[in-house]
Design a binder for this molecule. Structure first.
Ligand SMILES: Nc1nc2c(ncn2[C@@H]2O[C@H](COP(=O)(O)OP(=O)(O)O)[C@@H](O)[C@H]2O)c(=O)[nH]1
Ligand SMILES: [Mg+2]
Length: 305
């Protein structure tokens, strides 16, 4: 199989040599996309046999998007340059793709992580964001922010990435699902990184949460509308309760009664729109999947001729 390993780096001289070597040893092409490191990262990567490109813009997300344009292999593996993932375990990620079970495979770090690989804040932040993601999209994923992934060409050439920074993993995951590709998690090992992290847990955590929420209106419209609808109904129940309570005390609130019905009607309407949105969105995804199956079948036949 034709595989390119893409490693975004920013000042990773401590670990990059070992990472590149680990993949080159297994016979993979390696592309390091560097964010203008001020240390020896590029030099070491080249020595170890990687092709090195300096990204044109800023941020991990921009670097990855750029690499998606440069590479054209059947499969692209994405991995951090900090030594926190094991190059040998790449076979675990490639296997489901080889067997035709998935289009995008994510290494789940929570299966087996070294003590100290996650700081406490990092662990809590990850759990919260994963929980929020499951709640927002209704998809059973445990480690959406993992940096170790394998993507088929169809996936990495078709996802639309707009975020420049650490929101990239969220965007990649949501885009994969919205475009009707199959995503799968596989347990992997996660080690303590060499060198310092570039991620600011609070700032970037907040940005990632914001991205999950922003993408929701586009990719999980039903749940988005249900939540707003429920807020309206809740407001209606509160004001309605108050109106009825006062009415028993012989005080009538006409305006508030009208407001109550508006709240409830708006809420119910939003939920109905949500149902319709859900139906449209689902059939759209099914439609894309079916189209892909047909296209694959046709290509398979053509190759057979
Ligand atoms: N090209 C590029 N790589 C970056 C940038 N920021 C971070 N990286 C790399 O992206 C990978 C993930 O970043 P890291 O700091 O390990 O984040 P964490 O794994 O979430 O703690 C590492 O290999 C970083 O060197 C950037 O602005 N440009
Ligand atoms: Mg890392």
């Amino acid at each position: 199989m034709d595989v390119t390993v893409v490693i975004p780096t920013l000042n990773e001289e401590e670990a990059i040599g070992e990472v590149v070597e680990g993949f080159v040893r297994q016979g993979f092409k390696v592309l390091v996309i560097d964010g203008n490191s001020k240390d020896r990262t590029r030099e070491i990567a080249r020595q170890m046999g990687a092709e090195v490109v300096v990204q044109t813009g800023k941020g991990k997300g921009q670097a990855v998007a750029e690499a998606f344009e440069i590479v054209n292999s059947e499969v692209l593996v994405l991995v951090d340059g900090d030594g926190s993932y094991l190059p040998e375990e790449v076979t675990k990620l490639l296997e489901p793709i080889n067997r035709g079970l998935a289009d995008h495979v994510v290494g789940n770090r929570f299966a087996n992580y070294e003590k100290g690989a996650f700081t406490r804040l990092n662990l809590v932040g990850n759990k919260i964001l994963n929980f929020f993601f499951r709640f927002a999209y209704g998809i059973e994923l445990r480690d959406i922010l993992s940096g170790y992934r394998a993507l088929k060409r169809e996936v990495y050439k078709n996802v639309e990435l707009k975020k420049a920074g650490f929101e990239i993993e969220t965007e990649l995951t949501v885009e994969t699902i919205a475009k009707g590709f199959r995503i799968l998690e596989i347990p992997i090992t996660y080690r303590k990184r060499g060198g310092k992290t570039k991620l600011n847990p609070l700032m970037d955590g907040f940005r990632i949460g914001k991205t999950i929420y922003e993408l929701m209106s586009r990719y999980s419209p039903a749940r988005y509308l249900y939540i707003i609808g429920l807020i309206f109904i809740f407001a209606g129940i509160l004001s309605g309760g108050y109106v009825v309570y006062q009415w028993f005390h012989r005080i009538t609130h006409y305006l508030m009664a009208i407001l109550t019905s508006l709240f409830i009607i708006t809420g119910v309407q939003l939920i109905m729109f949500g149902l319709i949105a859900d139906f449209i969105f689902r059939s759209n995804v099914e439609f894309r999947k079916e189209l892909r199956r047909i296209r694959e079948a046709m290509e398979f036949e053509r190759k057979g001729d």
